[in-house]
Design a protein around this ligand. Structure first.
Ligand code: G1P
Ligand code: ZN
Length: 543
């Protein structure tokens, strides 16, 4: 087996976005496209000798092919050992756990998260660092710098590795170990939660419906909920990971997880419903006749985390991404711990978690997690909910409505305008930015703007500054509207409009969300001229 050097030309569009490099599968299949990015990781990151890497993905189309290429390039670039999930499968949280548990130098995750898969779908590649979390901006920036001037890459000439058989083999001088993707993850969950309490609740008749959306969490969910905790066979639906997610869109929101949501609002609803996304880091939570908004879920989990063994001593702090509702801020204040506001994307939580400034964090986009790993974690969120329900003996609805009665309710919704023209999207954002100074003091109906800015974050642990993270319009009443462009889409641009209104009157905490936000929705349109500039009379997804 020999290492060969292949001449290549730089692609100028390999800038990692909110979560790694995401493009159409067809783009990744262009000759040298994947290889250039992989080589840029190996060139930009200084790996020590004897480095062990973790490699795995969500099983989407092109996963196995990409893994073969990455393994051959890792061998050619002097990596000593690679842990690969069997059949190339590993959920994102499982990768994070393996990196930490086995003290690896990092990992390469193949996924486009919640984006559709298949030959015409999306693919993605993300580098995670030794703490198990997505590489920080300075690392992704240096990877991007290499991609812009790359002229050659190294790859081992060899046959493909058998990704199915568990155990070790060698690829040149590198050792490849094919591992069970589920075992270590289940062990970690057993250490964090009171499995006995959950098991007893389930044995007492508590029913679960978990939609794995034909994505990566199927095998994890079956092992944990059905085999370990005793949920009835069939509690996990769409459990087999498919390369195209069965033609679905593996994003657990009320639109794409419609079947589950309909079930949870039906006569025959289970006691608890949940779903996860393509790579297993997102979650949605439902009870009989109730959908828990992710921002509320974050707040409720923060308020009750101490019930689970892992957090019995309380939490050091909480964090949320800027557009996430401020419900968790109220809980943190009540607990007397700090609450941080970070830019969108999990990578910004890593430093805070490493410095033990926070224990729990989350995003409105259905991501919640804790200091157990450095990624958000769908199944973890489900288990923490189940642990809380088992100990408190409350239903999802009861826990949620009691939470609102104690803290008030942050009505919250995100309106997405997908696939709009990039130039129009940039114009909309630039128009808003140019008017920031003129906003304070302006009135819309009874609402007066107090403050308008383009969010900038200074990381308290290393003082790094990240700017241009979204336009915030904050009203005297505490209502907020946030405008930002997605950093993960692959078709045109996606504009996200985040709307929030706090209701402190506890007799008014059970209104329909869109009704409660009706005025904010109108104001957002007036402020940004949404319908004209997007060319759409309503958002494509409301979550
Ligand atoms: C989206 C979500 C964000 C999340 C990211 C990766 O990014 O909004 O919260 O961290 O996916 O899962 P966006 O497309 O908004 O840049
Ligand atoms: Zn994801």
């Amino acid at each position: 087996m020999t290492v060969i050097t292949v001449k290549t030309k730089a692609f100028l569009d390999q800038k990692p976005g909110t979560s790694g490099l995401r493009k159409k599968v067809k783009q990744f299949q262009v000759q040298h496209y994947l290889e250039n990015f992989v080589q840029s990781i190996f060139s930009a990151v200084e790996f020590p000798e004897n480095a062990t890497l973790v490699v795995g993905g969500d099983g989407r189309y092109y996963n196995k092919e990409a893994i073969q290429t990455i393994l051959k390039m890792a061998a050619a670039n002097g990596i000593k050992r690679v842990l690969v999930g069997q059949n190339g499968l590993l959920s994102t949280p499982a990768v994070s756990n393996l990196i930490r548990k086995y003290e690896c130098v990092g990992g390469i995750v193949l996924s486009a998260s919640h984006n559709p898969g298949g030959p015409n779908g999306d693919f993605g590649i993300k580098f995670n660092a030794a703490n198990g979390g997505p590489a920080l901006e300075r690392v992704t920036d240096s990877i991007f710098t290499v991609t812009k001037s790359i002229t050659e890459y190294q790859i081992l000439e060899s046959d493909d590795i058998d990704l199915h058989t568990l155990g070790c083999s060698s690829l040149g001088d590198m050792e490849v170990e094919i591992i069970d993707p589920v075992i270590d993850y289940v062990k970690m969950m057993e250490d964090l939660f009171d499995f006995n309490a959950i098991q007893t609740m389930i044995a007492g008749g508590f029913s679960i419906k978990f939609d794995a959306m034909h994505a990566i969490t199927g095998p994890y969910a079956k092992a944990i909920f059905e085999e370990r905790l005793g949920a009835e066979a069939g509690s996990v639906i769409n459990a087999v990971p498919l390369t195209d997610f069965g033609g679905g869109h593996p994003d657990p929101n009320p639109v794409y997880a419609k079947t589950l949501v309909e079930h949870m609002f039906s006569e025959t609803a289970a006691d608890f419903g949940a779903a996860s996304d393509g790579d297993g880091d997102r979650n949605i939570i439902l009870g009989k006749g109730i959908y828990v908004a992710p921002s509320d879920s974050l707040a409720i989990l923060t308020a009750n985390a101490h019930i689970a063994p892992a957090y019995k001593n309380g939490i050091s702090g909480a964090a949320r991404s800027m557009p996430t509702s401020m419900a968790v801020d109220r809980v943190a204040a009540d607990l007397g711990v700090p609450c941080f506001e970070t830019p969108t994307g999990w990578k910004f939580f890593g430093n805070l978690l490493d410095a033990n400034q926070i224990t729990i964090c989350g995003e409105e986009s259905a991501g919640t997690g804790s200091d157990h790993i450095r990624e958000k974690d769908g199944i973890w969120a489900v288990l923490l909910w189940l642990n809380i329900l088992a100990v408190t003996q409350k239903s999802v609805k009861q826990l949620t409505t009691e939470h609102w009665r104690k803290f008030g309710r942050n009505y919250y919704s995100r309106h997405d305008y997908e696939g709009i023209d990039k130039a129009a999207a940039n114009k909309l954002m630039n128009d808003l930015r140019s008017k920031l100074d003129q906003f304070p003091g302006r009135c819309f109906g009874l609402e007066q703007i107090q403050k308008a800015d383009d969010f900038e974050y200074c990381d308290p642990t290393d003082n790094s500054v990240t700017s241009g993270q979204g336009v915030r319009i904050i009203f005297e009443s505490g209502c907020r509207i946030v405008f930002r462009l997605s950093g993960t889409g692959t078709d045109g641009a996606t504009l996200r409009v985040y709307l929030e209104r706090y209701e402190g009157d506890i007799s008014r905490t059970e209104l329909e969300t869109q009704d409660a936000l009706a005025e904010m929705i109108l104001i957002a349109d007036q402020i940004a001229d949404l319908s004209t500039l997007t060319g759409m009379d309503k958002p494509s997804v409301i979550s």
